[in-house]
Design a protein around this ligand. Structure first.
Ligand code: DGY
Length: 332
């Protein structure tokens, strides 16, 4: 690790919020920004990274074995985001590269999107908005456009961590929803705060009126919401995913919606991203899709930029990364 700021060259894979860039420049670092609208190809990312000492990345950069083999010279990778499933952490650790991320600051904004999707799906709002544009608003029909209510229903959270807790807070506060959850380990703080009840995965599927996914993507969670899982859910249930698109199987979800196995779905994440504009899910009545905007507020993106920049700055100042994903690298 170099503490010589003169040789610190930071590659930013996007035009990030200015406050983060200013922090890096004010620290005396040389900053290169990839300013094109399109992301770099992996070859471009590797080539550019060769002449830099630090990488400021985001979720669509493929930081895999190939990248880490060719860019093992990097001092640090700082991810603008809480999730880092685009980074092979084991290999980064083996290469001795600390990886930072930006947790906490985006929890409220992301939960807002989950909460908003839930309400929108329950009342078919995205679909009805589009139906007006199609000239379909003719007269009052007592039995048409009926949604379902959320009051006193059961919210099942898959992955009750920081973002899940914010979702629980909103659902309990607004609708007095009962909270159940399934995690790798129990979240006693949330159990106390929201009277949340830990349940097995099958029980989560069977009892929830709304299932909201807030876990990271890993071997255990990839494809967890498949045909078998949807079949166990209530036919009136709403499925919400603001975490990662690969946690649900999109074909199986489409099947479940088409066949009335579940009521509806709200997605801020898809697989692939971007979603194809011709995807039939986009024209379904009980589906609302957003383009991965969980953390996209002025306030939150500014805080993420600050955290991601400070991970790099603190590393060069004193070998500490405030939000470090692989602490083994800096231990001892
Ligand atoms: C995150 O921070 O992980 C968000 O999903 C954006 O990548």
């Amino acid at each position: 690790m170099s503490k010589n700021h003169k040789r610190v060259r930071v590659l930013l894979s996007r035009m990030f919020p200015a406050n983060g860039i200013d922090l890096l420049r004010n620290e005396g670092f040389e900053v290169t920004i990839w300013e094109s609208e399109r992301p770099m190809t992996q070859e471009e990312l590797i080539e550019k990274s060769q002449s830099h000492t630090a990488l400021f990345s985001t979720l669509s950069e493929k930081i895999d074995a190939l990248f880490l083999e060719r860019c093992s010279h990097l001092d640090i990778i700082s991810q603008f985001g809480v999730g880092y499933d685009n980074i092979d952490i084991d290999r980064a650790t083996k290469a001795g590269i600390p990886v930072g991320n930006t947790p906490d600051v985006l929890s409220g904004a992301t939960a807002d999107v989950g909460f908003g999707l839930m309400i929108n799906v329950s009342r078919k709002m995205f679909y009805l908005h589009k139906s007006i544009a199609r000239g379909e608003w003719k007269y009052f029909r007592p039995n048409a456009n009926l949604g379902i209510e959320l009051g006193d229903k059961t919210l099942g959270i898959y992955g009750l961590g920081r973002i899940g807790a914010e979702m629980a807070r909103r659902c309990k506060g607004a609708y007095n929803m009962k909270i159940i959850y399934h995690n790798r380990s129990r979240n006693l703080k949330a159990e106390r705060e929201f009277e949340a009840r830990y349940v097995g995965f099958d029980e989560l599927l069977e009892l929830s009126d709304v299932i909201s996914v807030h876990t990271s993507l890993n071997e255990e969670t990839a494809g967890r919401f498949d045909k078998t899982a949807f079949e166990k859910m209530k036919s009136t249930a709403i499925f919400i995913n603001t975490a990662r698109g690969l946690i649900h199987n999109e074909k199986d979800l489409a099947w479940a919606l088409e066949n009335g196995i579940i009521w509806g779905a709200g997605l801020d994440v898809t697989s692939p991203e971007p979603m194809d504009p011709g995807n039939p899910l986009l024209s379904r009545e009980n589906v609302a899709v957003l383009p991965h905007i969980g953390s996209a507020t002025v306030e939150t993106r500014g805080k993420m930029a600050e955290l991601a920049a400070m991970n790099i700055i603190e590393f060069y100042r004193g070998n500490k990364v405030p939000h470090l994903v692989n602490p083994e690298v800096l231990a001892g």
